[in-house]
Write a protein that binds this ligand. Structure first.
Ligand code: B16
Ligand code: MG
Length: 214
């Protein structure tokens, strides 16, 4: 019996990856590091500090913790500038309608995102009220594929892990949810998200059958 749906944010509800890329690119350019859109794929679903580590590794740059914090903070300032200009038109097609269907059918909804900027993004998209629970990067200590974020979402929703369906665009997120017995719907490329129970390309036209037929 499915009682709740838990949504990742970046790459599932909205495409913030392009803004992460612009901000990281600006930083990489400053540091003289070549950073491509292909490299950016490795940053999806990964925490801010881990993302910085990947970029520094691309440039063979070794820095101390303090220097890394300054750079991460700098990138985040640029990123927040970009996302502060986002609007409702950037929500992926069909997402709001699907969440409305869930709520009308008494299925609880949550966000589980590694982003510490989750609340700013949801506010800009006017989506906060659509979720019963919001778990973000400020509330967890272990990154996906650790299941901490999904377990916390289930706990706050007051449901059991096996009563949840997770929507994820990152391989690490699919693994995290499966580790605690949740059903997972991948959002994106079926070849990449092959461990998910099923994969969708879009939320357009989706109804409850997707979660009941898993
Ligand atoms: P921030 P998700 C993740 O969000 C992004 O996919 C990832 O690229 C980003 O580095 C991470 O959030 C941290 O974001 O710097 O805003 O705290 O996919 O878990 O919703
Ligand atoms: Mg994601």
């Amino acid at each position: 019996m499915i009682k709740a749906c838990i949504f990742d944010l970046d790459g599932v509800i909205v495409d913030t990856a392009k803004y992460h890329y612009l901000a990281w690119k600006k930083l990489a350019d400053e540091l003289g590091i070549n950073f491509t859109l292909e490299d950016n794929e490795r940053l999806k679903g990964v925490s801010r500090m881990q993302s910085l580590e990947i970029i520094l590794e691309l440039g063979n740059l070794k820095l101390d913790e303090k220097e890394k914090e300054v750079l991460a903070e700098k990138k985040n300032k640029w990123y927040v500038e970009y996302i502060s200009r986002m609007g409702k038109s950037e929500i992926f097609p069909g997402v709001e309608a699907f969440i409305d269907i869930l709520r009308e059918n008494n299925i609880k909804t949550a966000i589980a995102s590694a982003s510490k900027n989750t609340r700013i993004i949801l506010e800009r998209l006017d989506l906060e009220k659509k979720f019963d629970v919001i778990i973000d990067g400020t509330m967890i200590s272990k990154a996906k594929p650790d299941p901490e974020i999904f377990l916390k979402a289930a706990e706050y929703l007051k449901v059991q892990p096996n009563e949840c369906v997770v929507f994820e665009d990152a391989v690490a997120g699919v693994e995290a949810a499966k580790r605690v017995g949740m059903k997972v719907i991948g959002v994106g490329d079926p070849d990449i998200l092959k461990d998910a129970h099923t994969v969708i390309q879009s939320f357009e036209g989706l109804d409850l059958s997707i979660i009941y037929n898993l």
